[in-house]
Design a protein around this ligand. Structure first.
Ligand code: NAD
Length: 691
């Protein structure tokens, strides 16, 4: 039963239910069932007023974003319910809001004639985060209730307001004192008049709010949603209601079909789905994790410890060097103090966290840990020593994880007699801040170990994505192809600032060369040296090596591809530009004009092509896993959905055509087409079908 209707004297109570968050779904019939129930009670002569309420933990999280793709008439159906049926009704309708009322959920309440909410309610229109605007009349009704300035703030900022704030600004009429439903019914019983939000005038005291919002919207480069929201708010302020509704519908439809909204919706759905692991029973129990030992108190170990402490776990940080332990203690305390100073943490919470941290010099201290995360030097011999000892001292149920970025997790597992308990947990630096966690499943990793680590990822606020064992796992293996193209572009005619600017204008948080300067070029240098031996047939540009030979490792040495006078801000360095031009001459390349389109195409297609190989090899379960890694670990813009989503946006046929033209150019060998792409293009299928 999705909608329950009952009578309380002259008041009809219509309660809808669509767990877990009461999405007003077309696909599963919730919206239709609600419409039918309302039609029924409104036609009943014994009913004089109606209360709309819902079951479960919130009023409603809004429309079902899957409907956006499945039902082109989503908007019309929503409006038939809100405008025609609810607002147009001849009997008073009260919305009884408990918990969150978001998006379409709040729009439904805005169309009601009266609103009452519980003290813990939150009301918001976060559609902008999905690259659309409130299309169920929200852009026209909200300004009529709370004023243009406040409405713009809510629609552009996407943050819900609290019950008390909602009462203060006129968004709700009452806050229930104790029993929301009983109070809503009692109130409805006395109501006579129908008060339509659409009949209210818009207060004209909004001053510069539209101008300010326009400036704010202009900062959104990839999505038109903020600008269109401002247009709708302006229409609410100056046009009759029906005209405003028509403008809203038109702009909603443009946004719904836009690449940026489709990208944002894909990102949203992918981030949810990434936790579902194909082949793992959903009821697989997870192992209890309360105490964690982190081995290696260096850069990563300390970041990992901070993340674990923040999630309430007890942490023992182990390092062979006393100085490393002292430094780690100071860094943990310093970071917590900083959080207190910034108001992010109370002094008591910081003390409590610090109280859960123990420091120890020997691996034996990991004996009782439920989970061990190793973060010692990236050297297989060192890892071997650590894992052999762990195998000897740890309790049998312990999970043994390695934070290695490049080594073979199966080889590490083989150092123990319990490879089923060994797994990779590849954190990104700084580990207490970066959200991505690549969870590397070894050949013998037990399903319960995988499920436990994925659950732990969520618990410590990370997005866990499962990767299989290969060099670089998913993220860094793809990044290598991205960088390869970026370096070749330098050899062929581009300069660092042009490559970075092109990628940043396209939406990447930071261009690839600036990323390398930030991460430290020495790491890439050592990988390239290793590659030169392992893969002599896949040459790299020598430009970054030349720069490293000058002792320029990036920000940490004050210079890399750029110069960093203040330690942070990249400044173009003519010396490097000259070095690049000279290098091209040295290797006999006549430099040419390279446009931004070619830069973006080559960098992006190199990523998607490698991604397709990774999917075909089973290293990633689905294309969406790769997208989430890039969205949450590599600064890929959510409006672009991720590299694999982009392959479908470009079209696989078109992608192949472009790759074939690149293959005819310099270093064409790097454009070996992933068979999966050719296969899917041939069959006219989209990669998304694998999600
Ligand atoms: P680091 O050099 O900063 O720290 C390593 C620490 O391990 C040192 O304090 C060292 O004293 C300690 N150590 C070494 N051998 C030990 C042993 N046998 N017993 C106990 N302690 C020992 O290194 P890091 O940058 O933190 O990297 C650690 C691991 O994390 C490496 O596997 C690395 O590949 C991986 N990783 C690093 C990054 C990064 O950006 N730095 C990112 C992801 C993963």
């Amino acid at each position: 039963m999705q909608v329950d209707t009952r009578r309380d004297g002259t008041v009809a109570v219509v309660r809808f239910s669509n767990p877990p968050v009461n999405v007003l779904s077309i696909a599963n019939g919730t919206l239709d069932a609600l419409s039918q129930a309302l039609t029924g009670v409104l036609a009943d002569p014994a009913v004089q007023a109606v209360v709309i309420a819902s079951d479960g933990r919130m009023f409603s999280a809004g429309a079902d974003i899957n409907d956006f793709d499945l039902h082109a008439d989503t908007l019309q159906r929503m409006r038939a319910l809100t405008s025609d049926l609810i607002e147009g009704a001849g009997k008073p309708i009260v919305a009884a809001i408990h918990g969150m009322a978001l998006g379409g959920g709040l729009e439904l309440a805005l169309a009601c004639h009266y609103r009452i909410c519980s003290v813990d309610a939150g009301l918001g229109l976060p559609e902008v985060t999905m690259g659309v605007l409130p299309g169920g009349g929200g852009t026209q009704r909200l300004p009529r209730l709370v004023g243009v300035a406040r409405a713009l703030d809510m629609m552009l900022g996407a943050k819900p307001v609290s019950a008390s704030e909602a009462l203060r600004i006129g968004l709700v009429d009452q806050i229930a004192q104790s029993d929301l439903l009983a109070e809503a019914i009692a109130w409805a019983r006395d109501l006579k008049a129908v008060v339509r939000t659409s009949d209210r005038p818009v207060a004209d005291d909004f001053g510069d709010a539209l101008v300010e919002a326009g400036k704010r919207a202009a900062r959104s480069r990839l999505s038109d949603a903020p600008a269109h929201i401002v247009t709708c708010a302006a229409a609410a302020a100056s046009e009759p209601f029906d005209r405003g509704m028509a403008i809203e519908a038109d702009l909603f439809e443009q946004l719904r079909c836009s690449e940026s909204s489709r990208g944002l919706r894909h990102a949203f759905a992918a981030r949810r789905k990434v936790a579902q692991i194909p082949g793992l029973p959903s009821d697989l129990g997870v192992l209890p994790i309360e105490t964690v030992a982190v081995i290696g108190a260096g850069t990563m170990g300390v970041g990992i410890a901070l993340a674990l402490l923040a999630a309430g776990l007890a942490v023992t940080l182990i390092d062979a060097k006393a100085e490393a332990l002292d430094a780690a203690q100071a860094r943990v305390a310093g970071t917590l103090d900083g959080d207190v100073a910034k108001g992010r943490l109370t002094a008591e919470a910081a003390t409590e966290r610090l109280g859960r941290l123990a420091l120890a010099p020997a691996i034996e201290a990991a004996a009782d840990a439920d989970l061990v995360i190793e973060a010692v030097f990236e050297d297989l011999a060192v890892k071997k020593a650590v894992f052999t000892t762990l195998d000897r001292v740890c309790k049998p149920s312990a999970i043994l994880a390695s934070n290695t970025s490049t080594l073979d997790v199966d080889a590490i597992a083989a150092f123990t007699d319990r490879p089923q308990s060994v797994i990779g947990m590849h954190f990104f630096s700084p580990a207490n801040i970066m959200r991505l966690l690549e969870v590397v499943r070894g050949e013998k990793t037990a399903p319960s170990v995988l499920a436990t680590v994925m659950a732990l990822a969520r618990r410590i606020g990370k997005v866990g994505v499962v990767a299989g064992v290969c060099d670089g796992f998913i993220g860094n293996r793809i990044f290598e192809e991205y960088l390869r193209q970026a370096y070749f572009l330098l050899e062929e005619g581009a300069l660092p600032a042009q490559v970075d600017a092109a990628m940043e204008r396209w939406g990447m948080a930071m261009g690839p060369l600036r990323v390398m300067d930030l991460a430290g070029q020495d790491i890439g240098w050592s990988i390239r040296k290793r590659r030169a031996v392992e893969q002599p047939d896949r040459p790299y540009s020598k430009i970054p090596d030349r720069i490293c030979e000058m002792g320029r490792f990036g920000q940490k040495t004050g210079a890399g591809f750029y110069r960093y006078a203040d330690g942070r801000t990249a400044q173009i360095d003519p010396e490097i530009d000259a070095l690049i031009v000279a290098h091209s001459a040295e290797i006999g390349v006549v430099r040419r004009e390279i446009d931004d389109r070619e830069i973006v195409d080559r960098c992006l297609l190199a990523m998607a092509n490698e991604g397709a190989k990774i999917v075909a090899e089973g290293i990633a379960y689905r294309p969406l896993d790769i997208d989430v890694i890039y969205l949450d670990g590599y600064g890929f813009p959510a409006e672009r959905g991720g590299p694999m989503f982009q392959a479908d946006v470009i079209g696989l046929d078109q992608m192949l055509t472009k790759m074939r033209s690149f293959a005819a150019g310099r270093h064409g060998w790097a454009w070996e087409v992933a068979p999966l792409l050719a296969d899917f293009a041939g069959r006219g299928e989209r990669l998304a079908s694998l999600n």
